[in-house]
Design a protein around this ligand. Sequence first.
Ligand SMILES: C[S@@+](CC[C@H](N)C(=O)[O-])C[C@H]1O[C@@H](n2cnc3c(N)ncnc32)[C@H](O)[C@@H]1O
Length: 283
Amino acid sequence: MSKKIDIESEIYKSYLGSPYSTVKQSTYFSVYDELFKKFKNKEITFLEVGVLDGGSLFMWRDYLGSEARIIGVDLNPEAKKWKKDGFEIFIGDQSKESFWNETLNSIGKVDVILDDGGHTFEQQIMTAESTLPYINDGGIIVIEDCCTSYMKKFGFKKLSFINYAKKLIDNVNKRYMEFDNQNSEKRIWSVQFFESIVALHVNFSASNLKSERTFNQKEEVVAKDFRYASYPLIIDRLEELSNKRNYRFFRVFLRLLRKTILNIYFLKSYISLKKYLKSKNII
Ligand SMILES: C[S@@+](CC[C@H](N)C(=O)[O-])C[C@H]1O[C@@H](n2cnc3c(N)ncnc32)[C@H](O)[C@@H]1O
């Protein structure tokens, strides 16, 4: 039987122990543990967008330890009242780049941004984009309640936060050497998806590595690559023929023929794959 909450997660204990109200989804606690445990008991800067009743500020302090600098951001000026409890509070609109530039220039670099603010697509995307230049190496931007990407009242779905995150994945993959990597993503190393939570991981040295094929200086590969072995033999035969010297005048024709046959088989596999994924409710 499935459990409602992972009561073993450490953050859940801090959540229950908070003296003020905070509302978190039952599935978030294990995700928080996975993402934030490496920041525990360290001198880190943790910024949460969305203060509301202040309960989560106390939860983060208890979980991360007294060395962590806990900062709250909210548009509601009443949030300032939590300053008396030792939290740093900044009032402003998370969808404004100018607010972030001004605020983060005064705060300095941050290790974690957790966005639990207004959850519109503009607020989520602008928070991610505007805070990215201020994240320490090894830090993360965590956007929660991405379920709003599938709801009408948070913006036009074409530019939902999840669609933006998918675009970031394309840009990460474009770092691969053979693609036109002018638009490749160098700021974010990896993108991680959980239920309704997306984490953008920052690791400058890894994301700026030049993507190229490496060899371990052993004997060359002599085994045949079986990629198309389950396809008709003619596909491999046409490839071999087009590489032979005495067939060089037909090279263009042989390659075109091979490509056409291959595409017919790709179409066949596309149709059966689509049927298969539909039967599993994946698409
Ligand atoms: C979901 S509540 C935060 C809950 C809190 N993090 C917790 O766990 O208890 C959302 C908060 O985001 C704030 N907010 C909404 N729009 C905002 C915006 N554009 N900029 C900054 N804060 C915003 C709201 O005032 C509200 O306090």
